[in-house]
Each structure stands twice: as C-alpha cells, then as structure tokens.
Design a protein around this ligand. Structure first.
Ligand SMILES: C[S@@+](CC[C@H](N)C(=O)[O-])C[C@H]1O[C@@H](n2cnc3c(N)ncnc32)[C@H](O)[C@@H]1O
Length: 226
C-alpha cells in the first residue's frame, strides 16, 4: 500500500498551535542549545571558515539558523510551513540578523541555486517518508560544495519502551512510520538503513553515532561529505 503524507498540512497546523500557545519555538531551549553545539563543533572540525554558506533543511521558526548566523556564517533556512518562515523572519528582524529564510518544500522543489559549504538536516528528514527520501538526499549531494559537510540529526530505530498507548497505536513497524488517521507523519528507519540511503547518493560517512535522550526515540547523528 502506498504511504500517504501531508507535509505542509501537518506542520502548518503544528506551528499555528505553537503560536496560539505563545511558545517560543518548536523545540525546547535545551534541545536547541545542545544541537547548536554539535553543528558548531562539526563545522569548525571541518575547517569551514566564518562567512561560509550554510543551508538548513526544515529550519522551522529559525532558532538554529539564527544562532549559526550569530556565529558568523551566511545562513539560508528553508521550511515548508509559511507560519514557521514568517516567524523566523520576524525573529531575524528582532535580532537584527541577516539570515535568509524561504518557504520551500524540499521534496517537490529544487534547493536554492548555489552550492553550500554546510547542509544541515535540522530534525527534518525524519518527517520525510520512504518514497520521497532518495530525492532529498540526491539534492543534498548535488548542493554540497567540494569540501562541504552534511550534518544530520535524525530520529531512528524502534520506539522507546515506555511509549504511551496513543503513540504506540500510531507506530506501523512494517513501514517504520508513525501514521495518524492514514497519514504518515514521521519515519524511523534503522540507523543502518539511513546510513545506506546517505551512501547510496555518493556521500561518504565521516562520523556516525546513535544515542538516546530519556523517553525519546533513538537519534542518529551523521557527518558526511563528498
Ligand atoms: C521536527 S520539526 C523541526 C523544526 C526545527 N528545525 C527545530 O528543530 O525546532 C521538522 C521541520 O521540518 C519541516 N518540514 C517537514 N516536511 C518538510 C518538507 N517537505 N519541506 C520542507 N520542510 C519540511 C517542518 O515544517 C518542521 O519545521
């Protein structure tokens, strides 16, 4: 059976709710800070100089993109949700930062027409379901500059043991997706499957690590390059 998804509808609804509930961001401040430290170290270890270009996939309301701009990189964040992009643009104005934010569906549309020194999967690829994933990895490969790095933080593997009944009922092990009312919203491939997807488009793995925050799905961290 072919999987159905609704990338824009799912996430637009979520951002409208976050705004309604006066939340500061999709992710918690601790989560964002921890992720930024990983991105920062990986970029520095790759000898990527300040002023280099960074593309953030699924930038949401912009927290990581804005932080990386503050560190001296030229950042372009893209996301499918118009509400998230509007929110991110407003944050950039408030902080007086020149981050570029664009509404873009990474499955259906081309990435910005240039190459990037760093491409970051900012918790976005676990939203992309199996039939659509190869195209996104291919575009990532084609948009990386020669010495560029692809940084990924993505959920993977099996559900945590203490998952609530409501969430357990959405887990479809056959497709490895969470399915809500017939619509697949998240994909949790095994870490080996995801590493193979990355290698299959010609990217070389420089680092990989699986870890787990309490009560959450395992997380795969990857650094890859051409
Ligand atoms: C789990 S949220 C993470 C948001 C943000 N990066 C953060 O960590 O707080 C996933 C993000 O991916 C975006 N997204 C999902 N499908 C997308 C698609 N097809 N094209 C572009 N963005 C997409 C969503 O709108 C959402 O902002």
């Amino acid at each position: 059976m072919e999987l159905k998804t609704a990338y824009k509808e799912i996430h637009e609804k979520a951002y409208l709710e976050l705004k309604l509930n006066k939340r500061k961001s999709w992710s918690s401040a601790d989560d964002i800070e921890e992720r930024i430290q990983f991105y920062k170290k990986a970029i520095e270890d790759n000898n990527t100089s300040k002023g280099s270009s960074v593309l953030v996939l699924g930038c949401g309301d912009g927290e990581t993109s804005l932080a990386l701009t503050g560190l001296g990189y030229l950042v372009n964040g893209v996301d499918i949700s118009p509400t998230a992009i509007k929110w991110a643009k407003q944050k950039a104005i408030n902080l007086n930062l020149g981050t570029e934010f664009n509404e873009l569906n990474i499955v259906k549309e081309q990435f910005p027409k240039k190459t990037f020194d760093v491409i970051i999967d900012d918790h976005c690829l676990h939203c992309i379901i199996p039939g659509d994933r190869k195209g996104v990895f291919k575009k990532t490969h084609n948009s990386l500059s020669e010495n560029g790095v692809f940084l990924m933080r993505t959920h993977c593997g099996n559900p945590p043991e203490n998952l609530s009944i409501e969430i357990s009922n959405t887990w479809a092990p056959k497709t490895r997706c969470q399915v809500y009312n017939g619509v697949a919203g998240r994909y949790f491939g095994s870490s080996e499957q995801i590493i193979t997807e990355i290698k299959n488009v010609g990217l070389k793995i420089k680092h990989k690590r699986v870890f787990q925050f309490e009560d959450n799905w395992p997380m795969l961290e990857v650094i890859a390059g051409l």
